[in-house]
Design a protein around this ligand. Sequence first.
Ligand code: GLU
Length: 405
Amino acid sequence: MNAFENALAQLARASAVRTVSPAILARLSKAEREITVSIPVTMDDGAERLFEGYRVQHSSARGPYKGGIRYHPHADIFEVRALAFWMTLKCAVAGIPMGGGKGGITVDPRDLSKGELERLSRGWVKRMYPILGPKQDVPAPDVNTTPEIMGWMADEYSKLTGDMTNATFTGKPLDKGGSEGRGAATGLGGFYVFEALREYLELPEKCRVVIQGMGNVGGNAARIFHEHGHTIIGISDSAGGFVRMQGIDPAKIEAHKKEHGSLAGFPGGEVIDNSDFLELECDLLIPAALENQITGDNASRIKTRAVLELANGPTTPEADDILFSKHIAVVPDILANAGGVVVSTFEWEQNLKGEHWTEEDVNARLKELMQREAAAIAARAKELKTDLRRAAFIVAIERLEKAMV
Ligand code: GLU
């Protein structure tokens, strides 16, 4: 199953709990607009290479399309379509005035020099700029895209259009109109959701946490959970996992990885392969990498008490059923990882108003919003006697339905 088929299966499962009008379901099942482009890039050796780029504008019912741009060798239109769909639901769950969109380029950025990466990023904007804008479509970072890349893209956009609001891209560097707190926002938002739901999930005050992924999201989540006294017993990157029952200091293992290029050799624990990693016994499992990680194949061996989805789409519908039957609660991506797009929306608002909020202010607003929406979804799940994913979908669909009608 590709990610978009999984997304549609989630929609169908939610609409079995609470009737949704067929017209709304039909609209949510299709993107409003999808664009595939080819981007010519002059490589450092002078040869020209063509890259494939995408933007899927899924829904503008609640506001401008909003969502990141992913650089990955496996990025394709199906993945970007699923991610755009989830952005629509996510922005509705968060109650922010944004629709859903997503972009991507099929590329492994590690194969490119910095100059090639910049030309490719500017090339994506050259192809896409007529359909972007503060009131039209507001892209942001996602897997393998950084504030620096957003800075290049924002610069290219203002050159091409003359737009000086700087509100078309979010996740920009701080000195180029970025927001305080945007870098850590997805991890921090996930932590606020965890705090709001800890008792509902029947988790202990201090948890043993396993985190898959050490990118922006996994790395910040590890730091934040560690700072709050939880024990990180496992952490992984794309090459493998590292386990240490007494706990891992995320700053130290990051420094080790930077120096040695891998997690191997970090003292006091052991390296295990990525398939065993997800099956570690723990209180909280946090997938913070890519989609389709907990599937029908491995779900029966998962030994956590709860899953906090900081990646998009890490659990397949088949795995959802298996985890449910094992009483393992899943806090769905469209709630758990909404912190990133929430602070992106704060950035957009600051750019449009010409303001710059303090980190304290940004985090306080983020906390209030995430905890409020998490509590509302848990209440809805109880009322409907369903799981958190279906409850989150239902809350989102009701908000979307209002906007569409
Ligand atoms: N890429 C992030 C996500 O999947 C953030 C999107 C944004 O900031 O617009 O939610």
